[in-house]
Design a protein around this ligand. Structure first.
Ligand code: GTP
Ligand code: MG
Length: 153
């Protein structure tokens, strides 16, 4: 199955939304493969958001993502990267559909609660997982309800 990188951002942690967000991913049937409660330093922030280095909002983005702890995670499932992005909703929570994580839990573009690897950027999921996790921090396990989530397992 596909793995994707997901992170509850500092605003989500401060607002007590870790459980809510993990709950939604669990309920969908996705499988947790790794989790780390940590604070991102300047260097990691620059690497993670390197694609936005030249954007006017970059400094603010780095300041925000390093401003408090994050819950970094790896989730696994069929088409997991795209499925998580769908559950997240659009980048700007003010435009995100109700029912999505950003659409239900956020109001502001700069503080949009969750990160998920971009499914339109091939390899972004693996790259971000490698950036945040060592191989031995990820767990390979069988979820006992898999046959009740997927018709063909
Ligand atoms: P991430 O999951 O955080 O990568 O969000 P995304 O993939 O939905 O959006 P993108 O990678 O394009 O932008 C990264 C982050 O930069 C977003 O989550 C926003 O918080 C912020 N951002 C994006 N565009 C703008 C903008 O035009 N203005 C401001 N202030 N922030 C922006
Ligand atoms: Mg992005």
């Amino acid at each position: 199955d596909e793995r994707t990188f997901v992170m509850v951002k500092p605003d989500g942690v401060q607002r007590g939304l870790i459980g809510e967000i993990i709950g939604r991913l669990e309920e969908r049937g996705l499988k947790l493969a790794g989790a780390k409660f940590m604070q991102i330093d300047e260097e990691l922030a620059h690497e993670h958001y390197g694609e936005h280095e030249d954007k006017p909002f970059f400094d603010g983005l780095v300041e925000f993502i390093t401003a408090g702890p994050v819950m970094a995670m790896v989730w696994e499932g069929a088409d997991a990267t795209r499925q998580v992005r769908q559950m997240m909703g659009t980048t700007d929570p003010a435009e995100a559909q109700p029912g999505t994580i950003r659409g239900d839990l956020g109001l502001d573009l700069g503080q949009n609660v969750i990160h998920g690897s971009d499914h339109e950027d091939p390899g972004a999921n693996e790259r971000e997982i490698d950036l945040f996790f060592d191989e031995d921090e990820l767990v390979d396990w069988e979820k006992s309800d898999a046959e009740w989530v997927y018709e063909d397992v």
